[in-house]
Design a protein around this ligand. Sequence first.
Ligand SMILES: *Cc1c(COP(=O)(O)O)cnc(C)c1O
Length: 379
Amino acid sequence: MKFNTKTIHGGQKHEQAYGAVMPPIYQTSTYAQTTPGGHKGYEYSRTHNPTRHALENAFASIENGNFGLAFGSGLAAIDAVMKLLKPGDEVISTNDLYGGSYRLFTKIFQDFGIKFHFISMHNATNVESYINKNTKLIWVETPTNPMMNIIDIKTISKISKKHSVLLAVDNTFATPYLQQPLDLGADIVMHSATKYLGGHSDVVMGALVVKDKALADKLYFIQNASGAICGPQDSFLVLRGIKTLHVRMQRHCENGREVALYLKKHPKIEKVYWPGFEDHPNHLIAKSQMKDFGGMLSFTTKGNNYQEAIKIVEKLKIFTLAESLGGVESLSGHPASMTHASIPKEEREKTGVVDSLIRLSVGIEDIEDLLLDLKQALG
Ligand SMILES: *Cc1c(COP(=O)(O)O)cnc(C)c1O
């Protein structure tokens, strides 16, 4: 099955009783047994639920994995991966990680005796010098947020395999439409399904997908034992979202490209961060591991003025000023005053999050309206 067919049919069976094409929302916590242990495969909904099960099969299918797991949020999914580790273990991750992942690692798991190295992976071979006998996991995000850095998954997976270290990739920004990390050698793919997979800004959810049965069994054990699962209603919504992922992503990419090109020519703009530009430092890696360049981009304005950036995001009308990304509607954000406000100015500027940086999640509206909106806000 090819990708566009998988988003609609992957891992799905029509329901047995009436042939319903969509899985019903099994809003139940428990399942009747005829005799102790005599059930139809479902006992209790923390462990299994038929609607969640259908979604987990869809996750596995679109990421070319064998096993999918759904969680109550993206961070709950990351939390489950971290519980594979023990005190003394070490993790190597990127230095411009999603803020919530950074907070989970440094404020929670560091206290349980896990050591984290946050490094630049611009040059992927850099990773090897941080590996020692305690290293158990490499955690990668690409493209990164909000600087749109690209990390070479294939090269890092060669290093991780050589040293028998697990490689996990947060594939939230790219989605499996653009990039399939398991095929590039990763062991675990993670998603904030809140973003493009759900696609309609109406659910918070997380996902993991793996190929290896033993690894899947450990993660299912953690999912059931820790209990950070998602409910059947949300499972239904994300399953529905996935069915249009390929058509939405195609338009996100088209609109993203138009917006990037428009901003690059605009006299007020200093720099546009978008992996599709030939002068993006890892453009060739983006081109080789991604099918297109996505709908996320960031830009700075000339003079790097904090107040001016705030005025621009306030003046935008179709681009709604809000956290999050990946929905059908366009969103804008000002990292210095929003997502990165808690990081000291000198620290955030080291990774490029300067005062005038604005991040856009380009939606699937008519491109003419989006460009007119940017024109009036920048004017
Ligand atoms: C939003 C996000 C997360 C966290 O997911 P939640 O669903 O908000 O818990 C993790 N990684 C990336 C890249 C994200 O954008």
